[in-house]
Design a protein around this ligand. Structure first.
Ligand code: F6R
Length: 243
């Protein structure tokens, strides 16, 4: 595991974008695993900036997103497809046919989760998976549990996640209660993983994830077992780490 300590969120975003652009430059037809949320917004902005300067070409890139709310259509402003379209896809020359987000409108969970795993397998797996981390250590929507979830599955969201995400909805009641998410095994199969973490409110969990025991109660701790992980975190997020 390689750990990059950055000054702040912007610095983290630039470093993370550097790792992603290196991947795209080295393998122009790579498969990027993408995430939503506040952590990657700055990273996507930086990628868009470099694309606009002519330094990056997404024309052959393929993407698979980690997760999607169950029950939200793509054009719902809170859907993760909508987020990806507006924060990255529409600003760069990625072919939308090469982008993949779980279909939140498929009511049959087994069918959708099986289809999504097949999409990833047919693409030949993920070259670089970008991850944010929840306050409780979740990655994707893999919430703390007694076991590690394996492949793409339908998740009942934890109360703390509903609380954290309600800022995007009219009220907590409007936050969907379920989501489709890649499982821990799906994530761990990525050839390279880039975890980005910012803010003091995640410092304690980040310390547990990187230095504590590997446990499904801190899902991100599983990353200690992956052989190619880059963590880019700002000073605030690293404030509980030994100096
Ligand atoms: C998003 C995702 C989540 C977020 C996590 C952190 O696709 O899978 O695991 O990465 O909830 O969210 P932010 O970045 O908003 O703190």
């Amino acid at each position: 595991m390689r750990l990059y300590r950055t000054k702040d969120y912007d610095d983290m975003s630039r470093k993370a974008a550097n790792v992603i652009s290196a991947q795209v430059i080295m393998k122009p037809d790579c498969v990027l695993g993408l995430a939503t949320g506040s952590s990657p917004i700055g990273t996507y902005k930086q990628l868009i900036d470099w694309y606009n300067k002519g330094d990056l070409d997404f024309s052959r890139v393929k993407s698979v997103n980690l997760d999607e709310y169950k029950g939200l259509p793509r054009d719902n402003e809170q859907s993760y497809y909508y987020f990806m379209y507006n924060n990255l896809f529409k600003h760069v020359n990625i072919n939308l046919d090469n982008t993949n987000v779980p279909n939140g409108m498929e009511p049959d969970s087994d069918k959708e989760c099986g289809r999504y795993e097949k999409v990833i397998a047919d693409l030949g797996g993920v070259d670089l998976q970008l991850l944010g981390m929840g306050h409780n250590g979740h990655i994707g929507f893999n919430e703390p549990d007694d076991v590690f979830a394996k492949t793409t599955h339908c998740v009942d969201l934890a109360e703390s996640t509903i609380e954290a995400n309600k800022r995007f909805f009219a009220s907590a009641d409007d936050v969907p209660r379920q989501a489709y998410s890649m499982g821990i095994q799906t994530i761990m199969r990525a050839r390279k993983i880039l975890l980005i973490v910012s803010g003091e409110d995640k410092a304690e969990t980040l310390h547990k994830a990187l230095c504590g025991p590997v446990t499904p109660h801190v899902p991100a701790s599983i990353l200690q077992f992956h052989n190619d992980v880059v963590v880019v975190a700002d000073e605030a997020a690293l404030s509980k780490m030994p100096k």
